[in-house]
Design a protein around this ligand. Sequence first.
Ligand SMILES: Cc1cc2nc3c(=O)[nH]c(=O)nc-3n(C[C@H](O)[C@H](O)[C@H](O)COP(=O)(O)OP(=O)(O)OC[C@H]3O[C@@H](n4cnc5c(N)ncnc54)[C@H](O)[C@@H]3O)c2cc1C
Length: 239
Amino acid sequence: MSKLKVIIAGAGLGGLCLAQILRRADVEVEIFESDSGPWDRPQGYRLHIDRDGVNALREVLPANLYRLFEATAMRPLPFTTIVDTTLKELRRIPSGGHDRTPRHWLADGGPEHINVNRATLRHILLTGLQDFCRFGARMLRYETDAEGVTAVFADGSTARGDILVGADGIRSAVRRQRLPEARIMDTGVRAIYGRIPIEKARHHLPEHVLADVFTVASDDRRLPRAGAGDFSDPSGRRF
Ligand SMILES: Cc1cc2nc3c(=O)[nH]c(=O)nc-3n(C[C@H](O)[C@H](O)[C@H](O)COP(=O)(O)OP(=O)(O)OC[C@H]3O[C@@H](n4cnc5c(N)ncnc54)[C@H](O)[C@@H]3O)c2cc1C
């Protein structure tokens, strides 16, 4: 019997996670990503991963890659701090586990919160999959028949598999075809992210605020204006 082959549209965090676990289960997998390379587009810089996410990565990743994930992550303090527009601290809210108790570590020794650089995590997830991941492959549509599915790409090429997974993000071409009635709703909310050198941040904010899971600056309308974060490695080394 021939092996099941899964084709995945999108080498973002979801598509790569799935590919990692499928490879470990000895399922044939091929990933198609519209970016021309893994560093083609800065996909944001900071990601908070909660207990469920950490546990999922522990299950999905081979042990050496999971260790790398932990080693490249920050263990934030388990709080979210609200500051005003002059950066004066207003409130510090525990952002602990599901019971909201602030803590760093789970009973099994795993981390409760982790902040990572999104591009670093993507790179870790891509490790070992390079030979199965085609960049510069924007999927346009798919066709199904009794034997499986054919994905059609913008350059005219095609790929064949038993199953197609749409992990191609918010503007998914797979979803557009499979579930045309599922629409994206614009909530009207806009976020502007930026980065400043850590020395400047330390000058303006108390040290503990910089190490929190999230720090949000808000004006009287209580609109979040900014986030802060990733400034130490698991050994406590600051950078
Ligand atoms: C500002 C911001 C902050 C966030 N912060 C957090 C956080 O702190 N913690 C958290 O857990 N989540 C956070 N999220 C949510 C998180 O980013 C998403 O849930 C996650 O990225 C979804 O992963 P994905 O793989 O489904 O999609 P994506 O990461 O969007 O990946 C989709 C991939 O598909 C590719 N693609 C798109 N179209 C095609 C096509 N037609 N053919 C081939 N490839 C295609 C894209 O180039 C991309 O690489 C945040 C989101 C935003 C916008």
